[in-house]
Design a protein around this ligand. Structure first.
Ligand code: NAD
Length: 320
């Protein structure tokens, strides 16, 4: 079997175009521009790359960015003051604090200082909690799980009643992904670094989402024939042939998995671009809510529905 490759770059490009058009309409209606503040602490090279990518995607979509870089040894008071100032700034509709933070800073404390309505990453403890509660909706869904859901929906991969296995339980990917799939009535198993005999669990998956940050973790023989494989991992591996001396790979051994799976996301070019596209969507939504008191009503119906074909992300989702 040759798996269908889910082209995240192409899907994300359509989402970015959609956001751009919505931003133009918003600007025409309100005279304002959606604004995203980014807070980068320290000089972690991957974090710098991610923040730059997010800023340039915002610029291309007409979203204004406010960039704040702080040194790795910044004290907590300075960070909290900055977040609180951004919280008060009416031109800033979304606040993104790039994770991971240096170890001396309390992630919980800093993320909790972001007002819920500006929490476009969806990492505030209350937003995560609401994602898991029946009958409650979060203000925002974290961008990576949301991007994965958008990909599955665009290509019509069913979720309801399917067995989903997620590798990883982080705040950024694994946990919110599990909560989101539960909302769609998947039967969800979360594996982590202490899970023994990973293959015995992954072989039961109709939908396997790998977000462990371990290159080569998922081999072909760990995948049920016909399963859908979403590779979230972004890992640098040494490659003397590559211009920078390294290349990016996922958690899945791509060639082996592609021979067994029915569909698979590549790395790079799979989930990553969709994560950035969903940040734009969340920022647009934040601006609409704060300025107009409502947002394009696609997330709410999307969250409350639970099954099959009716689970289209939004009626006008960009099509191939
Ligand atoms: P993390 O380090 O916070 O969490 C990793 C999780 O994987 C942990 O819960 C850990 O228990 C689990 N894990 C570790 N080894 C495992 C193993 N052998 N088997 C099963 N589970 C194991 O990482 P994160 O922030 O969740 O990111 C995970 C990966 O996804 C990283 O490679 C990261 O770069 C990537 N990522 C990609 C995107 C994207 O947009 N594509 C976004 C965020 C993160």
């Amino acid at each position: 079997m040759a798996a269908r490759i889910l082209d995240g770059r192409a899907m994300a490009a359509r989402w970015r175009d959609w956001v751009k058009a919505q931003v133009e309409a918003f600007r025409a209606r309100t005279g304002q521009v959606p604004g995203l503040a980014t807070v980068l602490i320290g000089d972690h090279p991957a974090s710098q790359t991610y923040v730059r990518a997010k800023q340039s995607a915002c610029a291309a979509a007409g979203i204004r960015t406010f960039s704040h870089c702080l040194p790795a040894d910044v004290d907590r008071g300075t960070v909290l003051e900055l977040v609180e100032a951004l919280a008060r700034n009416p031109e800033v509709h979304g606040i993104l604090v790039q994770l991971p933070l240096p170890p001396h800073l309390d992630e919980e404390e800093i993320l909790s200082a972001i007002p819920l309505e500006k929490d476009v990453d969806g990492f505030h403890p209350l937003n995560i909690g609401r994602l898991g509660l029946k009958g409650k909706d979060p203000y925002f869904i974290p961008c990576t799980p949301l991007g994965i859901l958008a990909m599955l929906q665009e290509v019509g991969i069913p979720i309801t009643g399917r067995r989903a296995v997620i590798l990883g339980r982080s705040r950024i990917v694994g946990l919110p992904m599990a909560l989101l799939l539960l909302r769609f009535d998947a039967t969800v198993t979360i594996c982590h670094s202490r899970t023994p005999d990973l293959g015995s669990v992954t072989r039961q998956a109709d939908l396997l989402i790998a977000a462990a940050g371990r290159p080569g973790l998922v081999r072909g023989e760990m995948i049920q024939p016909g399963a859908v494989v979403i590779d979230v991992g972004i890992n640098r591996v040494v490659d003397p042939q590559a211009p920078q001396g390294y290349r990016l790979v996922g958690d899945v051994v791509f060639e082996e998995a592609a021979a067994v799976a029915s569909a698979i996301t590549p790395v790079p070019g799979g989930v990553g671009p969709m994560t950035v596209a969903m940040l734009l969507v969340n920022t647009l939504k934040a601006a609409q809510r704060q300025v107009e008191g409502f947002a394009s009503p696609w997330l709410e119906p999307f969250l409350s529905k639970t099954s099959g074909e009716a689970d289209r992300l939004q009626p006008n989702a960009p099509k191939a």
